[in-house]
Design a protein. Structure first.
Length: 399
């Protein structure tokens, strides 16, 4: 007798995780992995922040219960998350009409938003930037949505195609869903400036679009407050907003899976109804959020000394990325590289869209054991003071 399992074909490998497997088996002592999206220090290791270690020690001493958290999560964690994302002034203004949900990572927040919206707006399309994080489309299509793209990046000139973006969003039908990157755009590293955020927000408001802001890298671009400028522009001007925040990068809590969905509404009449339906959806996906990672975040953000130490840890990571951007460009210039890569310095966060072609990417892997995703996106945090010249020489030789 046959069964459904006999006809299942192998799923395609994840383009980034697949490269990591190749990297691990590569015997070249000079090999470099610029594909995987995790922060690394100058020794090439993903560190645990000192603030996190101290918070964990504090949690061990507390010996708290391992019982279930509420469906929406710990109230102190949620309150501190709102303060971090909204900032002091907007938190004071909007805390009564804004709620949070502790989710399993930023991905869990996006999935919660996606399934929730499909229950109430299944005929809407979801609009993603071109390009965007590779997992965005699968998350929304898995809920049942049809996904489209709006213009965002000019591949030829390596900067934002803002006029194209404006026209694209103007053409999105009312009540469709638009997904924006709050800062440190993944994969391009190209972010909107203050005036551009204002213009985009006004169009979204006039078009009555459902808006999700993916906010996964707060603090890793220009700093905690500056990186939130776009999100806070949306908050002040839109009647409804969903923010999907992550603590994987800015706290280094990758394996703990800590995220927060934030919903803001100017209309208090729908507040409790929306919140209850988010709870219903969360119950069907993961039931209750994991506690250890969110307890770490709560402990740090609610303790002034630990919070100050975390801000210092985060600033060090941010500054290292900025310095590696500058160093890579400087080394490319020293190698008399035939292409201008100055734009890398102006990009924000961990990622850079280098403009390298798929052929050039393949040459870097085959000849130099430098692993980059096929699009040419690199994780700048994978560049170190020890490998930066090797990378620059390799890039110069393949273009």
């Amino acid at each position: 007798m046959s069964n459904i399992f006999e006809n299942i074909k192998e799923a395609p490998k994840d383009p980034i995780l697949g490269l990591t497997e190749e990297f691990k088996s590569d015997i070249n002592s000079n090999k470099v992995n610029l594909s995987v999206g995790v922060y690394q220090d100058d020794s090439g290791k993903t560190p645990t922040f000192e603030s996190v270690i101290l918070a964990e020690r504090k949690l061990i001493e507390l010996n708290s219960s391992k019982t279930y958290k509420p469906i929406d999560g710990d109230s102190i964690f949620l309150d501190e998350s709102l303060k971090l994302v909204l900032g002091k002034d907007l938190y004071s203004e909007f805390k009564t009409n804004t709620f949070g949900f502790n989710t399993p990572g930023g991905t869990g927040a996006l999935k919660l938003a996606s399934d929730f919206l499909f229950n109430f707006s299944k005929n809407s399309k979801v609009w993603l930037s071109s390009p965007t994080w590779p997992n965005h489309a699968p998350i929304f299509t898995s809920s049942g949505f049809h996904v489209e793209n709006y213009k965002y990046f000019d591949m030829k000139n390596n900067n934002i195609d803002f006029e194209g973006m404006l026209e694209s969003i103007k053409g999105i039908p009312e009540n469709d869903i638009v997904v924006l990157h709050g800062c440190c755009h993944n994969p391009t590293g190209a972010d909107l400036n203050k005036d551009q955020w204002i213009q985009i927000t006004e169009i979204i408001r006039k078009k009555n679009l459902v808006t999700i802001c993916d906010f996964a890298y707060q603090g890793l671009g220009e700093g905690i407050e500056n990186d939130a400028e776009g999100v806070r522009t949306l908050l002040k001007n839109l009647d409804n907003l969903i923010i999907c925040s992550s603590y994987s990068k800015n706290f280094g809590l990758y394996s703990e899976r800590v995220g927060c969905l934030i919903y803001h509404s100017k209309n208090m009449n729908n507040y409790s109804s929306v919140q209850s339906n988010f709870k219903k959806v969360a119950r069907t996906i993961y039931s209750n959020p994991p506690s250890h990672g969110s307890d770490i975040v709560k402990t740090i953000l609610s303790d002034e000394k630990l919070k100050s130490l975390w801000e210092m840890n985060l600033s060090e990571a941010k500054n290292r990325i900025i310095n590696m951007r500058k160093s890579l460009v400087e080394n490319l210039v020293k190698e008399n590289c035939s292409r201008n890569f100055e734009f890398i310095i102006n990009q924000k966060g961990m990622f850079s869209f280098t403009g390298l072609s798929s052929h050039e990417v393949n040459q870097l892997k085959e000849k130099f054991s430098i692993y980059i995703v096929n699009s040419g996106r690199i994780n700048v945090a994978g560049v170190t003071s020890k490998n930066v010249n090797y990378i620059a020489k390799a890039i110069s030789s393949v273009i």
